[in-house]
Write a protein of this length. Structure first.
Length: 486
């Protein structure tokens, strides 16, 4: 008895067991289900960045922080406002024309062809058929000022196929060609499949691009990379028009038409987005300056093809888990260190909200972030399945992960799997890279509804989300020693 009391005292002086029990008991699966149902309701239209649905979700989170007595921790109350630049193609002013004699056929971007990138360009030239673009075929050709028309096989775009394709592009580029036109192999049975892929790609190509303004003195990676080699992927109907009804042309043969492509960007727009931030101040005058940051992204991918992508698991689940932690903290009272609950937007557009925050953290001047725990997609798959990164296999493996591994069995996760292939795919990576602090990412794995309209609230295992929230509470409680050795 005495011995164990001593051991406990020397180990974990700062923990308040009664407060921890109150906090854990407050986490309620019905409340979590209710939150997920709201966040994943059709009325929020998939919480795209930016969208009205996203703004509504932010106000829901703010109201909860307010009523629980959290301190506003953004630069505008509970909101951390950040700027994004939106660029895209001017679809009206962009297009391709097939010029034959006096005639001109207009091709519509997104319907008849697809191209990537948004920089302005205007290219016109004759078209030379290069077949499969083998090294042997291309060696003898001088394509300066002309388009190379090449056949793309439909087969799966696996790594090997990509490598071969990129090599072909390089060979064509070396001939001095204006760019590449791609067409399906004539008579190929999988032309329909290719057109379907093209339609999907077209939606992506026409979508606006969002990026953070570069910090002063920063390099713009996009500019560094330089202009891509122009590639126009033609729909099969267009390819037929181009190749004509006759036999396939010989490699090196010039077709009886010219192709003109015009690409015009839209004027860049400035948008203001919101992260939501609430601070639960610590009780220790010194340690309260060390802030434990919990994150979950609250955005999703919006609507597409007339369907709403509700994102109940991605990331209604993590968003609701943090709301449950907010209530648990209220039940607990202050910890020694401060806790920041931070819901970020723009994750699905490239981890933008978390990058904005980590570049300009909205903490009191005396405070600094010391760890980040991030949760994303924790409401599906087997009840005991929970993954973590960085695992022991990664160089960034740290005391935070070890703490998660130690505490997870108490919440019905006997052994944490590794999620290391997701190291770069959620917001924690910005905390590791921009702030250089230890991070851990909890994730329950992908499933058949990942980034599909079927990611709905009725499929969420709310008891599982509850256990993840409780694990987070246990981890916060485990991070209260005088010194953090992570
Ligand atoms: Zn996600």
């Amino acid at each position: 008895m005495l011995l164990s009391t001593l051991a406990a005292a020397s180990l974990a002086i700062p923990s308040d067991p009664a407060a921890l029990e109150r906090a854990l008991a407050s986490v309620n699966p019905l409340g979590i289900c209710a939150d997920v149902r709201f966040l994943a309701s059709d009325e929020l239209e998939g919480r795209d960045t930016p969208s009205q649905g996203l703004r509504l979700a932010a106000r829901y989170l703010r109201a909860r922080l307010e009523r629980l007595g959290f301190q506003p921790a953004g630069d505008a109350g509970y909101f951390d406002l950040y700027e994004l630049l939106e660029s895209g193609l001017d679809a009206e002013a962009s297009g391709v024309a097939l010029l034959a004699g006096e005639g001109e056929t207009a091709l519509v971007l997104g319907r008849d062809y697809v191209t990537y990138g948004t920089s302005a360009r205007e290219l016109e030239g004759a078209v030379v058929y290069v077949g499969l673009g083998s090294a042997e075929d291309l060696r003898a050709l001088d394509l300066r000022g002309r388009w190379a028309l090449t056949l793309d096989e439909v087969n799966a775009r696996d790594r090997e196929a990509w490598r071969a394709w990129n090599e072909r592009v390089e060979r064509v580029r070396a001939t001095g060609a204006l760019g590449i036109l791609t067409a399906p192999v004539p008579g190929s049975a999988s032309a329909a499949e290719r057109d379907e892929r093209l339609a999907r790609a077209a939606r992506g190509a026409l979508e606006p691009r969002l990026r953070l303004p570069e910090p002063p003195g920063g390099d713009d990676e996009r500019r560094e990379r330089g202009p891509d080699f122009p590639t126009l992927t033609l729909a099969s109907t267009v390819a037929h028009t181009l190749l004509g009804p006759g036999p396939t042309p010989a490699v090196g043969q010039e077709l009886a038409l010219r192709v003109r492509e015009r690409r015009r960007p839209r004027a860049e727009e400035r948008l203001v987005l919101e992260n939501v931030a609430g601070l639960w101040p610590g009780s220790d005058p010194e340690l309260a300056r060390e802030v434990l940051v919990l994150t979950a992204h609250y955005d999703h991918v919006g609507k597409s093809g007339g369907e709403i992508y509700n994102g109940a698991d991605d990331n209604g689940s993590g968003t609701a888990a943090l709301l449950a932690v907010a209530e648990a903290l209220r039940a607990h009272g202050p910890l020694r260190r401060s806790v920041l609950l931070l819901w970020v937007s723009g994750e699905e557009k490239g981890l933008l909200g978390s990058r904005a925050w980590t570049r300009a953290p909205t903490l009191p001047e005396t405070h600094r972030a010391v760890v980040n725990l991030n949760v994303d997609m924790v409401g599906r798959n087997a009840p005991e399945r929970l993954l973590v990164t960085p695992s022991a296999k990664l160089g960034d493996y740290n005391g935070l992960t070890r703490l998660a591994e130690r505490l997870a069995p108490l919440e019905g996760f006997p052994e944490l799997g590794a999620a290391d292939e997701y190291w770069r795919r959620s917001d924690h990576v910005n905390f590791a890279e921009e702030l250089g602090i230890p991070v851990a990412f909890l994730f329950a794995g992908e499933h058949e509804d990942y980034h599909r309209p079927g990611d709905d609230a009725d499929k969420i295992d709310c008891d599982k989300v509850k256990r993840v929230a409780r694990l987070l509470v246990r981890m916060l409680d485990g991070l209260q020693a005088d010194e953090l050795d992570l």
